[in-house]
Design a protein around this ligand. Structure first.
Ligand SMILES: Cc1ncc(COP(=O)(O)O)c(C=O)c1O
Length: 402
């Protein structure tokens, strides 16, 4: 049979939508100006592209265009939001509340400041379904808390945190709410006003735009959020992020946001149907599976499944024609179980034998069926070799589903 490669790793990155490339092309060729050049038409033309894109990004999240700051991606946006706020508000306090399942860009930004004695960090554990308990957030907030940082959608298990409720809580306590929306922006509706979010990180390459560009929403009123810049220089982006802009990149991100906004509802339904098709088939044909994270409150195209009694590395090796992610992460030459899965109580073994399926815009039903068939065949093959299979002891009671 012909070797196939099916891309089901859309949490990691997404392909560039050809319509986004079309929007970018002029800015990679004849419209090459520096958007900060104020003295000639080349600069004005580039600036026009940048400002149009700023409005397009803002429109996706219900923000004012002037509250969008361009960055190189969500990693930089997270760093600027967290370090920038902790530095600016250091006289108010240095306490930050976050969650164990956040992306490393958030956790390590907090850790770096804690290590230097610039922050006190409370890291909350989510419930076993991956969702954060609002009461735990409320209990963690003190009069020294500057910020709560909670992601919208998780990059490994896809669960959605209750941003609106968190926003209302943080506002009532007078603390800032930052949310890493790298995975949700463009896929789930976001309204920074209704949700009362003060800072929001986004990444273009997670929504069919180019890599190396992102944005940080920084609320300018009710309340006005101030940040200490982390990159100094020519004073671009209202002094918050110096550096010549990647004009074609930001134009691409703007175009990606327009497409996402228009197509979000239809695309969400299609991806949900594909995901449920895959899940139903896996559960119909295999036993001792576990879905990681709440099934209803999640990104439509996201599914993370643990396969008991299967050796994780062998499973990934056997599925090389599928581009999926495992529940293991490479760290200094060893395979560590995913800290996200561990934080929601998945055992080490089971974490290793987990697969994250990320279904996206260009996947077809045929691809999903092929992928499902391959996973089922491979799990069956490995279980036939496993001395543990049939004992049914590898999945804790209550978590075994057929
Ligand atoms: C939740 C989350 N935050 C931040 C990032 C980092 O984004 P970027 O690649 O744009 O720096 C990612 C990407 O993996 C992510 O999934």
């Amino acid at each position: 049979m012909q070797e196939r490669s099916i891309y089901l790793d859309h949490h990691s990155t997404t392909p560039l939508d050809p319509r986004v490339l079309d929007a970018m092309m002029p800015y990679l060729t004849e419209r090459f100006g520096n958007s900060a050049s104020r003295t000639h038409a080349f600069g004005w033309e580039a600036e026009e592209g940048v400002e149009k894109a700023r409005a397009q990004v803002a429109s996706l999240i219900g923000a004012n265009a002037k509250d969008i700051v361009w960055t190189s991606g969500a990693t930089e946006s997270d760093n600027l939001a967290i370090k920038g706020a902790l530095q600016f508000y250091r006289d108010r306090g240095r306490h930050i509340v976050t969650v164990a399942t956040e992306h490393k860009a958030v956790l390590d930004s907090c850790k770096a400041f804690a290590r230097d004695g610039l922050a006190d960090v409370t890291v909350l554990r989510p419930r076993p379904d991956g969702i954060l308990d609002l009461a735990a957030v409320e209990a963690a907030i003190t009069d020294k808390t500057v910020m709560v940082s909670v992601m919208h959608a998780n990059n490994e298990i896809g669960v959605l945190q209750p941003l609106g409720e968190l926003g209302a809580l943080c506002r009532s306590k007078g603390v800032l709410l930052h949310s890493d929306a790298a995975q949700s922006a463009g896929k789930i509706a976001i309204d920074v006003e209704a949700m009362q979010v003060d800072l929001l990180s986004m990444s273009s390459h997670k929504m069919y735009g180019p890599k190396g560009v992102g944005a940080l929403y920084v609320r300018s009123k009710n309340p006005r959020v101030r940040l200490t810049p982390q990159i100094d220089g020519g004073g671009h982006e209202r002094g918050l992020r110096s550096g010549t802009l990647n004009v074609a990149g930001v134009v691409g991100m703007g175009a990606a946001c327009v497409i996402a906004k228009v197509e979000m509802a239809a695309e969400g339904s299609r991806l949900l149907a594909l995901r449920e098709r895959l899940r139903a088939r896996l559960f119909a044909e295999l036993d001792q599976l576990r879905v990681n994270g709440d099934l209803d409150r999640r990104l439509p195209g996201s599914l993370n499944v643990s396969f008991a009694c299967v050796e994780g590395e062998s499973l990934m090796m056997g599925l090389r024609e599928l581009a999926v992610s495992s529940g293991s992460a490479c760290s200094s030459a060893t395979l560590e179980p995913s800290y996200v899965l561990r934080a929601i109580g998945v055992g080490e073994e089971l974490a290793h034998s987990s697969i994250r399926f990320g279904i996206g815009r260009f996947n077809s039903e045929e691809e999903i069926d092929y992928a499902g068939g391959r996973v089922i065949a491979e799990v069956r093959r490995l279980r036939a070799l496993s001395p543990f299979y049939k004992s049914a002891a590898a999945v804790p009671a209550g978590e075994v589903r057929r």
